[in-house]
Design a protein around this ligand. Structure first.
Ligand code: MG
Length: 203
């Protein structure tokens, strides 16, 4: 099982990061040791002073595919969930400065808390899904897939040109604006629509 993450997939987030809006999807990976499931707590690692939350919708791949055509991409997932792409922003800034890969800032253990999944047919159309993240009861990030730069189908088609997708693989589809730091004792709750699908504490 692998975790593929799309970067800069909402223009307003690319702007807040002072990054260019990409012409093609940007992707990177996290290992399976990044996952936190069943609402287990997230422990702030000792190597970063600035861990940022990035709430993202997550696709669960349901069969093997490579070089998937965009028009068939919808057949490769039937569940959508929500997760956090935790990012050590201070380390990422140093990597970017030197033009180095981001793995240490993005792929560390526990960097991918993952909530429950919903069946696609129980959600609005893939281009009309609203989601948000609350911290300590206050909404800090709010997104809607109508603002995606690259649709779910485009992402699947693009990534599968380079990497074979397999059943159980996860695709984090990018974060909307409003990323920011988390601190010890924060409670994070992520929703698709009004349904809470992920809830955990920072320790
Ligand atoms: Mg992200």
């Amino acid at each position: 099982m692998k975790i593929i993450c799309i970067g800069r997939n909402y223009a307003a987030h690319a702007k807040e990061m002072k990054s260019e809006v990409p012409k093609e999807p940007v992707f990177f990976m996290k290992p399976d040791t990044a996952l936190i499931i069943r609402n287990q707590p997230f422990f702030i690692p000792d190597f970063s002073e600035e861990i940022h939350h990035e709430v993202e919708l997550v696709l669960k791949i349901n069969k093997v595919g490579r070089n998937i055509e965009e028009k068939f991409a919808h057949k490769y997932y039937d569940e959508i969930g929500i997760g956090i792409d935790f990012t050590a922003r201070d380390l990422q800034a140093r990597c970017k400065e030197k033009g180095l890969p981001w793995e240490m800032a993005k792929a560390f253990d526990g960097s991918a808390p993952l909530g429950e999944f919903k069946r696609k047919e129980d959600l609005p159309k893939p281009e009309m899904i609203g989601f948000h993240l609350d911290i300590n009861g206050k909404t800090v990030q709010e997104g809607n897939t109508r603002d995606l730069l690259f649709s779910f189908d485009k992402i699947i088609a693009y990534v599968s040109r380079f990497i074979t997708l397999k059943k159980g693989d996860l695709i984090f589809t990018g974060t909307p604006e409003g990323v920011g730091p988390v601190k010890i004792n924060d409670k994070l709750e992520a929703y698709i629509g009004e349904e809470k699908l992920l809830s955990f504490n920072v320790k």
